[in-house]
Write a protein that binds this ligand. Structure first.
Ligand SMILES: Cc1cc2nc3c(=O)[nH]c(=O)nc-3n(C[C@H](O)[C@H](O)[C@H](O)COP(=O)(O)OP(=O)(O)OC[C@H]3O[C@@H](n4cnc5c(N)ncnc54)[C@H](O)[C@@H]3O)c2cc1C
Length: 359
């Protein structure tokens, strides 16, 4: 996927991370810098784009993020602009709460705040962005997979040297760090060092869901719907803790938020305990333990419960406007959500454009 650029390109923007934020930032830059001389390189550590969105597209299943909620207007508009289909989150019927040996049955009404899922899973957002970026902007945008960045050095000539794990390096004029702050602080050597107070603030930005394990149980039939159950259930007595319906016209499934380290059998056993014997034999079990994903979770991440509330200092650029923090966790609103990633991507693109065009 790596491509050389036309030699007359003048301004080189390097985006580190091809999750929602990095790809959205690149998209907005291609719009706002239209007719200007620029090139964008996106460096992605994994062998895929998407970051914390990871789907099984043909089954409309998500092993990472699932929902876009109704107040998430920036993400919803992007979904509409990209013409991606949506699926309403199913929640009709009775929900189950396990406490002690009892399973209580409750009518909870609206549980998911008008959440929708995406056709093809939330990964289709990044897949569509990638497709648009690489087909419509072939001469200006390059995406390099399998390219973990290990160091960034601001040189005296105002260029930034970005070193990859394979020791190759790239020189850029501007760098956008579109990966979780907690992760880049612990994995990328930044020279000259950032101010100590800024490092502390960035280190306080918990990476949303970095220590969650998500499982999906596929079944022949959506037996819970036959029993007038919503598929939503909660138990705090097992490693598997929270169930939601994940069905669509291509499969019947429940997904389950679990504690890190949970095994597939533990998920099945806990599901049987709360839903009954119909849950015993899933046709497939899919699982990702995000706490083991080294390009999401640092060793100090324990971020299940809270969203980052990054202070303004984390949104200020460094090195005279050359270095930007551009992922969901540093967004000024909806940090940690897909919404925060889209907003922060757009915000960095706008501010960078002002800087570049205003020169
Ligand atoms: C299980 C789970 C469930 C979730 N549920 C929801 C939900 O329902 N709704 C919602 O809105 N949000 C949800 N989220 C959060 C949502 O996924 C994130 O907010 C969003 O995807 C963040 O996008 P991002 O681009 O800011 O960061 P990321 O997706 O983390 O992207 C960062 C990218 O940087 C790359 N990278 C890391 N290190 C390097 C390096 N050294 N060099 C180069 N590249 C690097 C990574 O591989 C990754 O692709 C969930 C997350 C998880 C894990």
């Amino acid at each position: 996927m790596h491509r050389e650029f036309a030699s007359n390109s003048s301004c080189h923007i390097v985006i580190i991370g091809a999750g929602v934020a990095g790809l959205a930032c690149a998209r907005y830059l291609t719009h706002s810098l239209k007719n200007k001389s620029y090139k964008i390189t996106i460096l992605e550590a994994r062998d895929r784009v998407g970051g914390r969105t990871l789907s099984i597209p043909e089954l409309n299943l998500d092993l990472g993020a699932s929902w876009i909620f109704s107040p998430h207007t920036a993400a919803l508009s992007l979904v509409r602009e990209l013409n991606i289909g949506t699926i309403d989150q199913y929640e009709d019927g009775i929900s189950l709460m396990k406490s002690g040996s009892d399973v209580r049955r409750m009518h909870l009404g609206e549980i998911h705040n008008g959440a929708i899922r995406l056709k093809g899973g939330s990964g289709s957002l990044c897949a569509t962005l990638l497709n648009e970026l690489t087909t419509k902007n072939q001469t200006t945008v390059a995406v390099q997979l399998n390219s973990p960045v290990i160091s960034i050095t601001y040189e005296t000539n105002q260029k930034i040297n970005i070193e990859l794990r394979d020791k190759k390096s790239i020189v850029g004029d501007y760098v956008v760090l579109a990966l979780p702050p907690k992760l880049f602080i612990s994995t990328i050597k930044i020279t000259p060092q950032l101010p100590k107070s800024l490092i502390e603030e960035l280190n306080d930005c918990d990476t949303w869901m970095a220590s969650t394990c998500k499982a999906i149980l596929q079944y022949e039939r959506a037996w819970w719907k036959d029993q007038k159950l919503s598929g939503f259930a909660v138990s705090r007595q097992s490693n598997a803790q929270e169930w939601h319906d994940a069905s669509s016209d291509t499969c019947n499934a429940l997904f389950v938020f679990c504690l890190p380290g949970t095994t597939k059998q533990q998920v099945i056993d806990a599901t049987v305990k709360i839903f009954g014997n119909e849950a015993t034999i899933p046709t497939a079990v899919h699982m990702v333990d995000w706490s083991n994903e080294r390009f999401t979770s640092g060793s100090t991440d324990h971020s299940f419960g809270g969203h980052a509330h990054a202070s303004n200092i984390c949104r200020q650029s460094q090195w005279n406007g050359r270095l930007w923090f551009g992922n969901s966790e540093v967004s000024n609103a909806h940090g940690g959500f897909i919404e925060g990633a889209v907003r922060r991507g757009a915000q960095v693109a706008n501010q960078l454009t002002e800087l570049i065009v205003g020169k």
